[in-house]
Structure formats: C-alpha cells, structure tokens
Design a protein around this ligand. Structure first.
Ligand code: AMP
Length: 396
C-alpha cells in the first residue's frame, strides 16, 4: 500500500483529493471544520518536504451546475486558519485559469480549486475531465475517505494518469488500517455491535462480518425482527416481518460459524414514540400490544458489558436505542462507556458508518474510542466487504 510516506515531495506539486464538504451556516461560515483538520497532516507533510499542495474537493450537491452558494471560496479563510498558512483560491477546477494558478504556485504554497461538482463530468467519472485534472499536479494523493466509494473523476479515474505517482494520504491510510484491523488482523475476541433501525439496511454487513467476528451484539430497532422471528411478542415495536426468515438464517449461519449472537433480553418499552411517553422495562419477547421497545434494558446492558469488556477488537455501527430522545439514549451511552473502558484496557475500537458516529460525537466519546471513521457510506460499503473504487484505483 503506497502512502505519502513513500514519497518525497521536494519541488513537487501534489494534487490532493480532500473532503472539504463541510457544513456552512446562512452567512457561509464553516460550522464544523473537522474534515479540514483531518486533511491537515497530509498537507503539512507535503509542504514540509518542500512541495506545494493543490487541493480539490466537492461541496454539497450542485448537480453539475455552477452555484455561488456552494463555492469553495467560502471555506478559504477557515482552511487558512486550520492549516496555519494562507490558502489561495482559483475559481475553476480545470482549464487555463486553474493551470495558470498551479503554474504560479510556489514551494510551500497551497491552492484550493473550485467545487469539482460544478462540472457534471466529475460525478460521471468522465475520463477527459480526469485527464484535465491530472495536469494540475505531479503526484496524485487521495485523502478523501468520505468519497472513496464513488468512482468519480477526482476520486478514482484521475489515478490512472499517475501510474507510478499515486498514493494514499494519512487520513485514508488510517481508515484503511482501521478497517483491516477489524476485518482481518485484529486481536481476538472480535466483537461487532450493530444497532440502528432496520435489519434490511444492515443485512449485507451482518453477512460479511459473520466470518470475521467472535461475538455479534444486536441492538436498536433490528432487535425486534430477530425476537419476533424466534417466536417472541414485540407489541408495536419496529419490525420487518418480511425479514424474519432472513433473521433466522443469520442466527443459523452464526451458529455454524461459531459466532455468539447477543440479542437484548429486556428492553425499555414506551407507550408512544415520544420522549415523554410512559415507560417500563419488559422482557424483549413479552412486549404488550400498545408498547414498543425503544432502548435496551438493564439486564441486556449487563450482558453486553461483559462481552465488550472481554473483547480485544470492537466495531460499533448503529445506535442501541432511539438516542435522539433523551429518555431512550441510556443504552447507547452505556455502550459508549463500555467501549471506552475496553479501549483503556487495550482493545482497538472502531466506530463507523452513519448514526453511531453522530451518537459518539453527541455524547463525547470521540476521543475515547480508538478511531472514528470520517466516511458514512464509504465505511458501510467497506464493512459490507466491497472494494471501494477510490482505494482500488491507488492499489492498481
Ligand atoms: P441506522 O441509520 O440504521 O443506523 O438507524 C439509526 C436510527 O435507528 C436512529 O435514528 C435511531 O433512533 C433508530 N433506532 C434505534 N433503536 C430504535 C428502536 N428501538 N425503535 C425505532 N428506531 C430505533
């Protein structure tokens, strides 16, 4: 795996695909600069080597049209502050204007190109557009995990114009290593904690990870499809009746593969999908009609705790309850605490994909787990076992 550690950028212009798709407020101020921070080590290494950096990214969904509200010029000041160096900007991402700006770029300077998605060719993965981009640097660096699952011009196609001079940035390399640790090289016991709303959206992940884990903890809304499939009463809980057979198949496969599956034995049930609803703890297979399970119960959390604390490698994807409502967030917070404790005892913990990342940030666990992935869809596809085109293009 070639990373930027394998290159010396002295006198070179690095063309770096970053993910600067950051949130902006109504006055075009950046409200969360995490993604810029995440790309910083790669950019700094290149500048410290004596090179210069040409940054390319998308912002929002302009759908192939120029949209001044989504211009990357809005983030120039924040990027300058975060990087500690003035970031130059050019109002084009390809063509003479961009080429001139790159030609004028001096050692130690950083140039940000305009939003790639102002051109429909970007998302189409157009080869000519990619070739034009390739003229803007000597070495191609991909550091955008968030878009690595897309075969776009700047994330994938452009790499073919740098047969020997392409590599992963620090961030993307870290994401790949984290996934590898969970999927292949992690110390046993390996535990996956899967929550979230539906079995249907997690099924490919479950099928893929059954070969890699020793323990599978099921939580969240998925619980009830499994419980009902096993003959339990789930009341008004969220349940996918058409996935019950699949749930039984998963349990059967898990047994054959020696994976221990842990499904909640008790839940916090509510008489309405509402933070102020009446609640009671009930066995997960005895939920009365008119009641729905919205969080894990105390006995369940004890069992989950024991499993998590003996794990050496932990993957967490999906909340354990309806964490957006305070009264049903306790299970998710408890899981975060157990993972924190296991991590302090030396386990490697990866949180990735969708709402679990939001939960981890909301409850302050971000710095307590080993790694929080920066890519939602890209992480989900990795966990499903797919090879991401942006990663394959560098390895090719
Ligand atoms: P996902 O995007 O599949 O990870 O699902 C995340 C969503 O699942 C969150 O918005 C949670 O509120 C929701 N969720 C978790 N547990 C439950 C539950 N018991 N009933 C309904 N929704 C749930």
């Amino acid at each position: 795996m070639k990373t930027i550690k394998d290159f010396n950028f002295k006198g070179k212009k690095a063309l770096i695909r970053v993910d600067f798709n950051v949130p902006l407020d109504a006055d075009f101020n950046v409200t969360d600069d995490n993604r810029i921070e995440a790309a910083k080590p790669t950019i700094i290494k290149i500048l410290e080597d004596g090179g210069s950096a040409v940054l390319m990214s998308h912002l929002g969904r302009p759908n192939g049209k120029v949209n001044p509200d989504l211009s990357l010029k809005h983030i120039c000041n924040t990027a300058s502050e975060v990087l500690g160096i003035k970031v130059k900007f050019v109002e084009e991402s390809t063509g003479p204007l961009a080429e001139k700006a790159v030609a004028e770029l001096k050692t130690g300077e950083v140039l940000l190109l305009e939003n790639l998605r102002f051109h429909a060719e970007e998302e189409k993965g157009d080869k000519n557009f990619a070739e034009k981009l390739s003229k803007l640097g000597d070495i191609y660096v991909n550091d955008a995990f968030g878009t690595a699952h897309r075969a776009h011009a700047s994330t994938t196609i452009v790499a073919q114009f740098f047969p020997e001079k392409k590599c992963f940035g620090f961030l993307l390399a870290k994401e790949i290593e984290a996934i590898e640790k969970v999927m292949r090289t992690g110390e046993k016991p390996v535990t996956a904690i899967l929550g979230g709303a539906k079995v249907s959206s997690k099924i490919t992940i479950i099928e893929n990870i059954l070969d890699k884990v020793d323990h599978l903890i099921i939580g969240g809304g998925m619980t009830y499809t499994f419980v009902k499939a096993k003959g339990g009463k789930v009341g008004d809980s969220i349940c996918e009746d058409d996935k019950m057979e699949l749930a039984l198949e998963i349990l059967d496969q898990a047994k054959k593969k020696g994976v221990e599956v842990h499904i909640p034995v008790d839940v916090l049930a509510a008489d309405d999908f509402n933070n102020n609803a009446q609640t009671k703890v009930v066995n997960s297979d005895e939920i009365p009609d008119g009641w729905q399970g919205l969080d894990a119960g105390p006995k369940t959390l004890e069992i989950f705790k024991e499993v998590i604390l003996k794990s050496k490698t932990i993957l967490w994807n999906g909340p354990i309850g309806v964490f957006e409502m305070e009264n049903f967030a306790k299970g998710t917070i408890a899981i975060g605490n157990y993972i924190d404790e296991a991590t302090q005892k030396g386990a490697f913990s990866l949180v990735g994909g969708g709402d679990s990342v939001a939960a981890v940030k909301q409850f302050g666990f971000e710095n307590k787990v080993s790694y929080v992935s920066t890519g939602g869809g890209a992480m989900l596809e990795s966990l499903e076992g797919k090879t991401l085109p942006g990663i394959a293009a560098i390895l090719a």
